[in-house]
Design a binder for this molecule. Structure first.
Ligand SMILES: [Zn+2]
Length: 217
């Protein structure tokens, strides 16, 4: 994509300044992702950090001047061209982390839930055997053993149910944060649970009025 700068209204960045030519300069991205600023044979020249250029790689740190008076920056030019590719790239780890965390919550809870539910069924058997040895057929010990056998699964199921109830709570908190972080860098609209790669292939913000771009057209 090419972003044009100049005094004419058909430029992406319109610079209404006497020393700026109608189509003064343009910015584009090279194959290796660098930004190249090019002078379009302007009357008063294009300068990077005070040095006149014809074509030069520029970064966020460079001071860009059109003629003597009009100063701008790479960031300002990119914003004028609706190029949000750098900000968009930072959303990839946000999406990856969300998916990783979601799977972690679900699997760890499933394990704990099953553990809580399974343990009580195993414990009474063990206790029953121990009490059988210790009590030597005493009716009191037999009653205690029976009570544990009945109660333990109930308690286990209760804790298991409580554990599984935590899943929606934790997932809700995770989703809420994701909705704050996974947004269009320009208009702030939540991008949905759409994988980052799919959004990248769409090349621009799904909101038609936003016009933010994050990949070559
Ligand atoms: Zn947007």
């Amino acid at each position: 994509m090419k972003i044009t700068i100049g005094k004419a209204p058909d430029n992406d960045l319109v610079a209404d300044e006497a020393q700026v030519s109608r189509h003064h300069a343009c910015l584009y991205r090279t194959d290796d992702g660098a930004y190249m600023l090019e002078d379009l044979q302007s009357t008063n020249g294009t300068f990077v950090n005070g040095v006149q250029i014809v074509r030069k790689r520029v970064t966020q740190a460079d001071r860009i001047c059109l003629g003597d008076a009009y100063e701008t920056s790479l960031e300002a030019i990119l914003k004028a061209g609706n190029d949000y590719s750098e900000e968009f790239a930072r959303l990839k780890p946000v999406y990856d982390e969300y998916i990783r965390e979601k799977i972690r919550i679900q699997s760890s809870n499933q394990f704990k839930t099953r553990l809580f539910q399974a343990l009580p069924f195993a414990i009474p058997g063990i206790i029953g055997v121990l009490i059988g040895f210790a009590g030597k057929g005493s009716p009191t010990w037999f009653a205690v053993s029976l009570l544990i056998t009945v109660c333990a699964p109930v308690i286990g199921i209760y804790f298991g149910a409580r554990q599984s109830a935590k899943i929606p709570e934790q997932l809700q908190a995770l989703t809420n944060q994701f909705k704050i972080d996974y947004v269009c860098p320009k208009c702030g609209t939540f991008l949905g649970e759409i994988p980052w790669e799919s959004l990248k292939n769409k090349k621009h913000c799904p909101v038609p009025t936003c016009r933010a771009r994050w990949s070559e057209d």
